[in-house]
Design a protein around this ligand. Structure first.
Ligand SMILES: *Cc1c(COP(=O)(O)O)cnc(C)c1O
Length: 410
């Protein structure tokens, strides 16, 4: 009943240290950006910000691609926008699957009605360029779609050689770099990537809700052949593409490119606050420097791994192919993984990650990303985890972890 409607309490979420595989704590400057005043989407100031965001993300992606912009939604929205805009029903797509997010690419491509061929890699490994080339020769796909860093397995798929193979065979190359961007090397133009999508809530150090993407000219041409300008805003000079219309309106990248292009043709209402956040994430990354930021992630990930090993815990996966920013660690057999995680959260306010699929119940995943790729975050997490594991009578080496991690910072 209306007069019993509760207003609950004023929003006051607890302070957490988010050390899972994402989301993470955002940089303070990103919170500031999020709280700035709203302006209209056709305000010349807003047009200026949109142009700045395009320029900044060209820097983030290391590309000269004109079509570098934000899809409004979480990282999955960028993935879906690329796949529904590029793939028509019956188009062939080759998908190396190294973990959960590879399955997501298959799932979206299946909904589009594409013909899918996968290269299935056991969780904890990566796909080689030789495997890709052999399958490209057999299958002749239009698109190769894969994930760079897959947080479900902590592996980082090497892209440079796969890019060369795709380039040589005239196959479009798309990659989901959400988990890896800003914490690991990613050179879009140099590695011949045609489409890349990302999100803010991993190493870019923002909240989820915006998906930066970049498209090569060749990829944009393929998409624009399916161009359709909505009735109500269509003018005489607009040309329709000859190919089949893109089956999603919201994720129609031909319309979104026009929205971000010189004509600023109306599509959705730009998510202003998220654009402010995305802009600040890119500024922070480029201000610190691409190499410095990646080195900071590498150091934090390394220190965490050293600490866990010193405790006597076993690390998951091929350590030579691992992302810098997430560590997978086997849960000691003597303890209940979820109980340890709950106690970390309730006593210390620290969140670490569980895992999916074949790894469920077997490993924890601990992230050191963006604002949290710091020595104090690593040391606090190790100290807290050790204390809880002692209470749970895990057979670990006590008193080693924090010092071992400190050795990585001198
Ligand atoms: C974390 C992650 C995402 C996140 O997608 P959301 O839609 O933002 O939840 C996507 N892809 C990869 C590879 C990720 O690691």
């Amino acid at each position: 009943m209306d007069n019993q409607q509760s207003l609950f309490e004023t929003l006051n979420p607890p302070q957490r240290l988010l050390m899972g595989p994402g989301p993470i704590n955002a940089y303070p400057r990103v919170h500031q950006a999020l709280s700035q005043s709203l302006i209209g989407q056709y305000d010349p100031v807003m047009t200026g910000y949109m142009n700045q965001v395009q320029s900044l993300y060209r820097g983030v992606f290391q590309t000269n691609n004109q079509h570098t912009l934000l899809v409004d939604g979480t990282a999955r929205s960028g993935i879906e926008a690329v796949l529904v805009s590029v793939l028509k029903p019956g188009d062939k797509v080759l998908i190396p699957v190294i973990g959960r997010f590879g399955h997501l690419l298959c799932e979206i491509a299946r909904r589009v009605g594409a013909e899918i061929r996968t290269i299935d890699i056991e969780w904890g490994g990566v796909c080689t360029a030789e495997q890709v080339e052999a399958e490209i020769k057999r299958f002749q796909p239009k698109l190769l779609a894969t994930v760079q860093g897959d947080t479900s397995t902590t592996m980082n798929q090497p892209l440079k050689e796969i890019g060369e193979v795709c380039h040589r065979h005239g196959v479009l190359f798309y990659c989901d770099a959400t988990a890896s961007i800003a914490g690991n090397e990613l050179k879009v133009d140099e590695w011949h990537l045609d489409a890349v999508s990302a999100g803010l809530q991993k190493c870019l150090g923002g909240p989820s809700g915006s998906s930066p993407i970049t498209l090569s000219e060749q990829c944009a041409d393929v998409i624009n052949r399916r161009k359709h300008v909505e009735a109500g805003i269509r003018a005489d000079h607009h040309q329709e593409g000859g190919d089949m219309m893109i089956q999603s309106n919201y994720f129609d990248l031909s319309m979104i490119m026009d929205y971000w292009g010189p004509e600023r043709l109306n599509h959705h209402t730009e998510a202003t606050s998220m654009l402010y956040a995305a802009r600040e994430c890119a500024r922070l990354f480029l201000e610190e420097g691409i190499e410095n930021t990646i080195a900071r992630h590498k150091q934090a990930g390394h220190a965490l791994a050293k600490g866990l090993s010193a405790m006597g815990l076993r690390l998951f996966g091929d350590q030579t192919q691992k992302m810098n920013n997430v560590v997978g660690v086997y849960i000691p057999e003597e303890v209940q993984g979820d109980e340890v995680r709950a106690e970390l959260l309730n006593r210390f306010g620290i969140e670490i990650g569980t895992s999916f699929g074949p790894l469920h119940g077997k490993i924890w995943r601990i992230g050191t990303m963006g604002y949290n790729a710091r020595q104090d975050c690593v040391l606090t997490t190790l100290a807290a985890l050790e204390a809880i594991l002692i209470r749970h009578r895990a057979r670990i080496d006590v008193g080693q972890a924090v010092c071992a991690a400190m050795e990585c910072y001198r």
